[in-house]
Structures are given as structure tokens and as C-alpha cells.
Design a protein around this ligand. Structure first.
Ligand code: G1P
Length: 286
């Protein structure tokens, strides 16, 4: 009943972060001392996943290189006696078993997940959208996995959002069966406020049944002309349970400049040394 594989759709172009992302994968932008993608991978591992499956694209080679060995760099660090750094570089390449599958065309999140079918088709699997970075004690994916282990079925992470933000997200609705846990019966991708079935937005964490692949195969393009994961999960609710969990933790949308900056400031404030740097700048403004 547990979840061992986690899929990361990382083929997106990062247009919300241009021009920085013209040459740099958005997943490789730094959050204080590590790239954004590292936070998602660490969350998956801390949640008990063992295999990381990246759905990648032709401009994302830097992600593959980051999780691989770099013999030249390791050799230089060793020769210069920088053994701590050397060990750190090796640790990164050994932190997870990472598999890569190319999404050849940008046809949407549903299509990206479908690309993971060869690896995930026989079991429930996790999905992490790495732009959504969660800072908090209990990894959000592990909160979803716990519900899956207890109740079975698929699980999505939910957060209540303001009216003005409803049209930015997939919105889910259903009956609240326990405090903070909904049995989902409806889902709409990026609805207008008047068409939204609730104010609960799906944030970038999922535990999905392999049955989703059958549904994605038949899925027509939806909102934005893309094959939407939300539409396939709505179909799934008709044959299998799908739970929505209002997670505990603080989310930062690191696909936007504001969210990325906020996450950096938050992480700096959580670190004793960097906190002083931030406070010095803030105090100098007074
Ligand atoms: C995707 C999903 C959407 C979800 C959002 C969370 O949208 O399609 O349902 O609410 O992630 O970040 P995107 O932000 O990729 O447009």
C-alpha cells in the first residue's frame, strides 16, 4: 500500500521567469544554497520514495548533470584538499535513484504524467510539481501518503485560496469526511470564479492510482488546449476514491519571481547566520 516512486514533471519552459530561464532550467535556480529541484527530491525521499522519475525535455540537461557524478570537479576538489566539498558533491549524485523520460512535446501536465507510464503503471505513485516548494516540518507528500495508506485510493494536496486566485489553479470539491479530508467528487482546471466548485485549490502534490494512465490515454485537450491532469483525476473519481487533504505547511510558488524571492527570504530567516544578513538589510532601510 505504500508509495515508492515519485514523478517530477520538469519539461516546462518557465516562461513566467524569463529572461532568466532563457538559458537556465527554472528547476536549477537557487533557493539559498541548493537548486529548487533538490527541495522536491529531498521531500520525496523523506516521504519514503526510492525512485525519482523526471519527465524532462531537451533544454533540461542541467538537471541530469546535477544528479550525476562530475569526475572533473571531484578531482579538482580532491587535489585542492577541499574534502568536505568533495564529499558533498558525491552525496548529491548518490542521494537517489533518478530515471529520466523525455516529454517530446509540451502537451500539458496530464501528458507529462502519461509519459511516466512505462515506469509507474503497476503501482500507486507520487507526483511532485517542483515549482511548489513547501517549507515545514512534515513533508507534504508524506502527509498524502499517510492518507493513502489509511484509506486507499488517490490523494491530492489542497489549500483554501482567495477568490482572486481561484482561476490560477485546479479547484476541487467534495464531502468533508474527517477534519481536513474530503472525498473529491468534482474538479475544474483554472475555472472562472463563478464556475469554481469550491475555494480549495490543488497544490503540486499528488498520490495517483495507475488507473490514471488509462484515463489519460483517452483524455482530450482541456483548458489552455493542454491535456490536463485535473480532467483525468475528475474521471477517476467516478471509479475509485480520490481524497483531498488540506496539508500543513507553507507553500511558495517558485515558478514566479515573487514566490521565489519569498522562499529565499523565508529560508534565510530560518538560518541563524543568514537571518543576520537579511535583518541588517531590512534595518538599514529604516
Ligand atoms: C498545475 C495544475 C493545477 C494546480 C497547479 C498547482 O497548474 O494543472 O491544477 O493547481 O499546478 O501549482 P500550472 O501551475 O502548471 O499551470
Amino acid at each position: 500500500m505504500t508509495v515508492k516512486k515519485c514523478l517530477f514533471p520538469v519539461a516546462g519552459l518557465g516562461t513566467r521567469f524569463l529572461p532568466v530561464t532563457k538559458e537556465i532550467a527554472k528547476e536549477m535556480l537557487p533557493l539559498v544554497n541548493r537548486p529548487i529541484i533538490s527541495y522536491g527530491v529531498e521531500e520525496a525521499l523523506a516521504s519514503g520514495c526510492e525512485d525519482i522519475v523526471m519527465i524532462t525535455g531537451r533544454t533540461k540537461r542541467s538537471i541530469e548533470n546535477y544528479f550525476d557524478r562530475s569526475f572533473e570537479l571531484e578531482d579538482i576538489l580532491k587535489r585542492r584538499g577541499k574534502l568536505e566539498l568533495y564529499q558533498k558533491m558525491i552525496q548529491i549524485s548518490e542521494m537517489a535513484e533518478v530515471l529520466y523520460i523525455r516529454q517530446r512535446e509540451p502537451l500539458g501536465l496530464g501528458h507529462a504524467v502519461l509519459c511516466g507510464e512505462p515506469v509507474c503503471k503497476d503501482e500507486f505513485f507520487g507526483v511532485i510539481l517542483p515549482d511548489d516548494v513547501f517549507i515545514g516540518k512534515a513533508p507534504v507528500l508524506s502527509q498524502l501518503i499517510k492518507v493513502h495508506e489509511r484509506l486507499g485510493g488517490s490523494v491530492v494536496a489542497l489549500e483554501k485560496v482567495a477568490d482572486k486566485d481561484v482561476s490560477r489553479y485546479g479547484i476541487a470539491a467534495g464531502d468533508e469526511v474527517e477534519s481536513g479530508i474530503f472525498r473529491i467528487s468534482d474538479m475544474v482546471e483554472k475555472p472562472k470564479l463563478e464556475d469554481a466548485p469550491s475555494r480549495y485549490a490543488i497544490m503540486g502534490r499528488y498520490v495517483l492510482s495507475p488507473e490514471i494512465f488509462t484515463l489519460l490515454h483517452g483524455q482530450q485537450a482541456g483548458t489552455g488546449g493542454e491535456i490536463q491532469l485535473t480532467d483525468a483525476i475528475r474521471e477517476l473519481t467516478k471509479s475509485e476514491p480520490v481524497w483531498g487533504v488540506v496539508y500543513h505547511g507553507k507553500r511558495f510558488d517558485c515558478g514566479t519571481q515573487k514566490g521565489w524571492l519569498s522562499a529565499n527570504i523565508q529560508l534565510a530567516l530560518d538560518d541563524d547566520e543568514l537571518r543576520e544578513v537579511v535583518m541588517e538589510i531590512v534595518n538599514a532601510q529604516k
